[in-house]
Write a protein that binds this ligand. Structure first.
Ligand code: GLC
Length: 461
């Protein structure tokens, strides 16, 4: 059947319009498409660094009982304000912080520019709830960035997506006022779009006012009933801004954009050790575990479950042995200092790192053919082709390495570069009788070297 010509022209026009519409990318809120090369380059320093310092600091340091205190104790704004009105970290010297981080062997730091309480450590134009309006009266971020950069550390900003102070932030299941009916009623018309504008403005300030920012840690999404996720935060819009302003900045995974390959750079398992290299859809991905000394991120005076230096060093080694980074947190006091418990641990880690950092920097999981011996962890530097055996429990003179036969040219203790002699088990009665794979046996000294975790450095053939 022939269509009247004006009708077929109309249909043609509609078909063309649909085709054009469908093929036009929706550019407005989309992060720019990136080449894998750009991403790889951006990640390189971060993958080599392996060890960073997280710093959680805000007015909650005065409460000294967890950075979620406002939420846990459902403290209303007018009561919580007592901290803001008295915040005066008179002993704050970021050069000391930077020296402590450097000495511990950390290669980057991530500071809470704003945590969930909403208090801003920098002189933001978009709020009065900031350090410059407290009795302290000065910006805390600029001198910190300068001090850490001067020590050669990379700069990271943490920025909380949640905000328990902002007047446009809609109350949700994580809000301190969640159970207060009257408050909820009054707040029911809060417009999150206004709050997103505020976040965008603040992120622009942070990403344009302090030089190159190497890393951004946005925290966090909790989609679902009474929660917030990508559509609330307009995550694509925020990420687009970040990529435009600082294309070399690595961004964490808490914008609720996990299904987009370009929606995040690294995964962030928090306060636990993954069983193996973190993977998604069967693919290993970059990951960073953030960990506390004692369970609280903000300064906690009475928290007693501090991890020992030994546990912390093992945590670092284990993380790298599974291909990850460790971001270890310090919660400075409201005087502006690292407390002695933190300093003591940082020093102990630093002593170990001083002798063993080359078993950490640039290292990753060992190739599968090298079997992990009992009571040991393995790290591997693919560039130098050296394999590190971290000996967690010191054996009685001999350490058997299965699967290492004919692979090792030389071995030494890393702490003092003293030779470790070894013999091949090839054809030895032990290998035959015990059914072990062909390997080597290291001749270790009977006495454990005086370091937290001794490391044997193997030069591979
Ligand atoms: C969490 C907590 C928080 C901490 C952070 C660190 O999501 O809300 O207080 O800042 O994790 O990863």
């Amino acid at each position: 059947m022939e269509l009247p010509s004006h009708l077929s022209t109309l249909l043609l026009v509609i078909a063309i319009a649909i085709a054009v519409y469908a093929s036009t990318p929706c550019v407005a809120a989309e992060p720019p498409k990136e080449s894998p090369k750009l991403r790889e380059d951006r990640m390189q320093w971060w993958l080599d660094a392996r060890f960073g310092m997280f710093i959680h600091w805000g007015t909650y340091a005065m409460a000294a009982r967890h950075e979620w205190v406002k939420n846990y104790e459902r403290i209303p704004d007018d009561v919580y304000r007592k901290y803001f009105e008295r915040f005066d970290p008179d002993l704050y010297d970021p050069k000391e912080w930077a020296r402590a981080a450097k000495r511990a062997g950390m290669r980057y730091f991530v500071i809470t520019t704003k945590h969930h309480e909403g208090f801003c450590l920098w002189d933001s134009k978009f709020t009065d709830y900031k350090a410059t309006k407290t009795p302290y009266g000065r910006d805390l971020i600029a001198p910190m960035v300068e001090a850490f950069r001067a020590e050669g550390l990379r700069v990271g900003f943490y920025y909380s997506l949640l905000d328990w102070h902002h007047p446009d932030y809609p109350v949700d299941r994580c809000h301190p006022m969640r159970d207060n009916k009257e408050f909820r009623e009054k707040a029911k018309n809060r417009d999150i779009r206004k709050y997103v504008d505020y976040m965008e403005n603040q992120l622009r300030e942070l990403l344009t006012g302090f030089g190159p920012i190497d890393c951004l840690f946005l925290d966090f999404s909790f989609p679902g009933p009474d929660g917030k996720g990508r559509s609330d935060w307009q995550s694509e819009r925020l990420l687009k801004l970040i990529r435009e302003l600082q294309p070399n900045c690595v961004v964490n995974d808490r914008l609720d954009l996990l299904d987009r390959p370009d929606g995040w750079d690294f995964r962030t398992p928090e306060q636990f050790m993954p069983r193996a290299w973190v993977s998604m859809d069967g693919q290993r991905v970059p990951w960073e575990t953030c960990q506390t000394f004692s369970g609280s991120w903000g300064y906690h005076r009475d928290e007693a479950t501090w991890k020992s230096p030994q546990q912390l060093v093992v945590m670092l080694i284990e993380t790298v042995s599974k291909g990850g980074n460790l971001l270890l947190n310090v919660g400075p006091t409201a005087r502006g200092t690292f407390d002695d418990r933190a300093l003591e641990r940082l020093c102990a880690i630093g002593d170990w790192m001083h002798l063993h950092s080359r078993a950490i920097y640039g290292c990753t999981q060992a190739p599968d053919e090298f079997r992990k011996p009992d009571n040991c962890l393995l790290t591997y530097n693919p560039k130098t082709r050296r394999l590190y055996v971290h000996v967690l429990v010191w054996p009685m003179g001999k350490l058997h390495l299965d699967g290492f036969a004919d692979r090792v040219a030389y071995a030494q203790l890393l702490n003092d570069a003293s030779e470790v002699k070894f013999s091949s088990q090839k054809g030895a009665w032990m290998a035959e009788q015990q059914g072990t794979q062909e390997g080597i046996t290291l001749d270790l000294p009977m006495v454990k070297p005086n370091v937290l975790v001794p490391v044997v450095e193997l030069f591979l053939k």
